[in-house]
Design a protein around this ligand. Structure first.
Ligand SMILES: NC(=O)c1ccc[n+]([C@@H]2O[C@H](COP(=O)([O-])OP(=O)(O)OC[C@H]3O[C@@H](n4cnc5c(N)ncnc54)[C@H](OP(=O)(O)O)[C@@H]3O)[C@@H](O)[C@H]2O)c1
Length: 332
């Protein structure tokens, strides 16, 4: 009897795995597609643009600095697979004025056609203890990381819904899945993206438009080098518990997930664990993804508790170290 029940369960799971691809979104064809990448002149954004270009897409790069845009354009063009492909560059601050961003999207659509995929990658990070960060830093990060993703998305969504085709990618961060020492301003701006993405996905799914939220780990980019300059010791030591990824690897995974229409895009085993653990009420794109989350939740929570314990002890060690050096300074 027990054997029969086990066999039935295995057959049921196998059936779910077989049916799963049938109810998942139809992959987006990148050859000839128009992909807009904000923050496409550097780091992860530039690698995403290269990855899409290699697969035959037409690219619009959006960022502020024109020299960096032109340099990125040259680099991307080396990867063309046919002589029709175009890389368009548009300079704008995505966080300031919605009408400017809307104009930029209009210009891009006039030149390269309707946007098939928007990748919101423009962003920045500043670290520091809550009480040491200027209030303006919270405003700046919310404006670039959150509103800088809302504006371009708002500008493309109507056309995507009308055409019943589209992908919107939001580049959050692992710091958008868990709050870490030193990231009160950055984490909150990246958590906000998830709320936006979940609500938006529910609205646009009936129109065959799919949203992807990417949660990159520490990645070797100019932006990461800048962030490191502001990290308190605690944040640095916690970051050092995992390795730094290459932007090409991160970009490849994001593009793959966006093409598939996966809501969640994570990198590596840490990323997989974190995403399963923090899935909450996030949409699933396949039955298999949902099943894996249900099965692994307890195990991953147990592992996460060990991580949290080690992060707490790093913070305590730093406090003790600081107290000791203060006493030594006073007695010297
Ligand atoms: N690197 C990491 O470890 C890591 C980890 C997790 C998540 N992320 C996220 O991934 C994204 C890319 O990070 P990255 O490390 O590749 O950064 P990056 O090398 O500094 O590149 C940032 C890009 O965004 C553009 N940008 C910044 N602010 C902008 C604005 N207000 N308007 C328009 N464009 C703007 C920059 O160009 P201009 O300065 O010329 O405008 C540049 O093209 C960010 O959202 C970041 O938070 C990064």
């Amino acid at each position: 009897m027990l054997l029969l029940a086990a066999a039935f369960l295995v057959a049921f799971v196998l059936l779910l795995y077989m049916v799963s691809p049938l109810i998942s979104p139809k992959p987006l064809a990148l050859p000839g597609a128009h992909v807009v990448v904000t923050g496409g002149s550097s780091g992860i954004g530039k690698c995403i643009a290269i990855e899409c270009y290699k697969q035959g897409a037409f690219i619009t790069l959006v960022a502020r600095n024109e020299d960096k845009l032109l340099q990125a354009k040259k680099e991307i063009e080396k990867h063309s697979i046919n002589d029709k492909q175009v890389v368009l560059c548009i300079s704008v601050d995505v966080s300031q004025d919605y009408s400017q961003v809307e104009n930029v999207i209009k210009q891009a659509q006039e030149k390269l056609g309707p946007v098939d995929m928007l990748v919101n990658c423009a962003g920045m990070s500043l670290a520091g203890k809550f009480e040491d960060l200027e209030v303006s830093t919270f405003e700046r990060l919310m404006s670039v990381n959150y509103l800088g993703s809302v504006y371009p998305s708002r500008a493309v969504i109507t056309t995507m819904k009308e055409r019943r085709v589209g992908r919107i990618v939001f580049v959050s961060s692992q710091a958008g899945q868990l709050g870490l020492f030193g990231f009160t301003a950055y984490s909150s701006s990246k958590f906000a993206i998830r709320g936006l993405a979940e609500a938006l996905q529910m609205e646009v799914k009936p129109y065959n438009v799919y949203v992807t939220v990417a949660y990159p780990p520490d990645t070797d980019t100019p932006g990461f080098a800048e962030e490191n300059k502001t990290k308190p010791l605690e944040t640095r030591l916690i970051s050092e518990t995992t390795s730094v990824c290459k932007p090409e690897q991160v970009a490849k995974q994001i593009v793959k997930d966006a093409i598939q229409g996966n809501f969640n895009s994570s990198i590596g085993s840490d990323g997989y664990m974190l995403s399963s653990l923090t899935c909450g009420m996030a949409p699933v794109t396949s039955i298999t993804e949902g099943l894996q989350q249900v099965v692994t939740m307890g195990l991953f929570r147990t592992i996460a508790l060990f991580y949290l314990g080690s992060f707490d002890s790093i913070v305590r060690r730093c406090m003790v170290q600081r107290a000791k050096s203060e006493i030594a300074d006073k007695t010297a």
